[in-house]
Design a protein around this ligand. Structure first.
Ligand code: DC
Length: 230
């Protein structure tokens, strides 16, 4: 009788600042290559939502205890907290702002890093965030660090918001908000946003989405055919 063999975990990481195109690229690449996709920013946003709702944003210990008693499920673009679908609330400007506050708390990061490793176990998965290639999956098959000019990132964010029928702040305000979040994410003591030493840097400012996809999928296919698995 054949003995079932656990499938090896194969992880591709995409890190970088807000608005660099990570989510779109990660989702499309996952479709193209038949990988799963993990949006780790959505996990920090869900924690910010819970912290805000329960008045625990500035009490890291109490927030960490609260997380231990919750069921956080993220699957196919939907985020459930104890079975409630909170996906629509995760892009609220307040939640967005608070997400970089909770992301600086070591206890929150420890909880989510564990959850991310569990989510990836035994799967072929593209993980997108700020610390995926540096902290969570240092042995990933391929690591990418996506960037773009702040003005271009603000322009893309405003297009996204308009597409979703949301009120769009002016570009200067959006650029300011993005830069403040970058500053907090890049300067925090715990797992700051930084490119892994072995990550490929891709500046998407003047690249078409299709070009970015072709570039990244080419590198992933090459690494896969080289048999390099984590
Ligand atoms: O990618 P995003 O904009 O949805 O992320 C929301 C916030 O969470 C952002 O301020 C950075 C933080 N984050 C993080 O610190 N580490 C991750 N792996 C993902 C997101």
């Amino acid at each position: 009788m054949a003995v079932p063999v656990a499938r090896p975990t194969v992880v591709v990481t995409i890190d970088g600042p807000a608005g660099a195109g990570k989510s779109t690229v990660a989702r499309r690449l996952a479709d193209l290559l038949g990988f799963d996709y993990l949006d780790t920013g959505a996990m920090y946003r869900a924690v910010a939502l819970i912290g805000h709702r329960d008045g625990l944003l500035h009490d890291a210990e109490a927030l960490a205890r609260r997380l231990e008693s919750l069921e956080l499920v993220i699957s196919g673009g939907v985020v459930l907290v104890n079975g409630d679908d909170v996906t629509a609330q995760l892009r609220d400007p307040e939640v967005t702002r608070f997400s970089s506050v909770v992301a600086a708390q070591p206890s929150v990061r420890a909880f989510l890093v564990r959850a991310q490793r569990q989510a990836a176990f035994g799967r072929r998965i593209i993980c997108e965030g700020r610390d995926q290639g540096t902290v969570v999956f240092p042995d990933a098959l391929c690591k990418f660090f996506l960037t773009a000019d702040p003005r271009e990132r603000a322009r893309r964010r405003s297009e996204d918001m308009a597409r979703q029928g949301k009120a769009v702040p002016d570009l200067e305000a959006l650029e300011r908000e993005i830069s403040e979040r970058d500053m907090r994410d890049a300067n925090r003591a715990e797992s700051p946003m930084v490119a892994a030493a072995d990550a490929d840097h891709v500046d998407t400012t003047s690249l078409l989405l299709e070009d970015v996809l072709a570039l990244l999928s080419g590198r992933i296919q090459k690494a896969l055919s080289g048999g390099l698995e984590t």
